[in-house]
Design a protein around this ligand. Structure first.
Ligand code: PEP
Length: 252
């Protein structure tokens, strides 16, 4: 079922103590909120996942992973598998973040393998994608997003869409302070929902949560979230401060 979701991607920030403190502060900020059909998610670094899962038991906060490797196990030094994530209580994984694509050279093909591996292992996937500035400037943003979806996720079985959340994150808006306008976000989200409806069914498209990510802050969250096809946000920088993140959560 389509849900509202606010997810914080903490990236490579926060050691053990900082992670614990930030969760405590966030929990304090949101404990009295009524969150009807709304999920609050945080994605700490791998090393803090287990303690974060334990700390957030019986709270409104869910803990997810920022990435995983597609292989089951073996000689992949420094990597973490779906089974390892599940063994510490993780149920959801982010795949395809633009930093994984740009810095770690994860191609559409690798991301398709990761999507397959996550779903085959029963994990829910938050799949990220988005166009670069050049593609937006040349009016190729819809084409580019269509192609990223086609190359990495439009092959999954219809029943697997209940285990997928999409996150549209224009690369030019991530960590730059520049946000897509609510109209730009709505145009893209409606386009994405239509792609899913055409390839699968209207019902699958209507039940899908599509998040916007890219410099969402307390000051702009409400306007972006007010758009009919925007079901929430994936938040980077602003999720590192409990007060800011909770005010974005309150805007949903
Ligand atoms: C992100 O990294 O997914 C993101 C949206 O970052 P920021 O909110 O800092 O732009």
């Amino acid at each position: 079922m389509r849900q509202k979701i606010v997810a914080g991607n903490w990236k490579m920030n926060n050691g053990k103590g900082e992670t614990k403190n930030l969760i405590t502060e966030l929990q304090e900020e949101i404990k009295d909120l009524t969150l009807d059909n709304t999920r609050v998610i945080i994605a700490p670094s791998f090393i803090n996942l287990e303690s974060a899962v334990t700390q957030t038991e019986d709270t409104k906060i869910e803990v997810v992973a920022q990435n995983m490797h597609q292989a089951k196990n073996g000689a992949y030094t420094g990597e973490v598998s779906a089974d390892m994530l599940k063994s510490v209580g993780i149920r959801t994984v982010i795949i395809g973040h633009s930093e994984r694509r740009a810095i770690f050279k994860e191609s559409d093909e690798i991301l398709a393998e990761k999507v397959n591996a996550a779903l085959a292992n029963g994990l829910e996937v938050i799949f990220c994608f988005g166009e670069k500035l050049e593609e937006r400037k040349t009016d190729n943003h819809l084409l580019e997003v269509g192609s990223q979806l086609r190359n990495s996720i439009l092959h999954i079985a219809a029943e697997d869409w209940s285990k997928v959340i999409l996150a549209y994150e224009p690369v030019w808006a991530i960590g730059t302070g520049e946000t897509a306008s609510p109209e730009q976000a709505q145009e893209m989200h409606a386009f994405i929902r239509n792609v899913i409806a055409k390839k699968y069914t209207q019902e699958i498209a209507d039940n899908l949560s599509i998040l916007y990510g890219g410099s969402v802050k307390p000051a702009n969250a409400k306007e972006i979230f007010s758009k009919p096809d925007v079901d929430g946000g994936l938040i980077g920088g602003a999720s590192l401060k409990a007060v800011d993140f909770s005010s974005i959560i309150k805007a949903i």
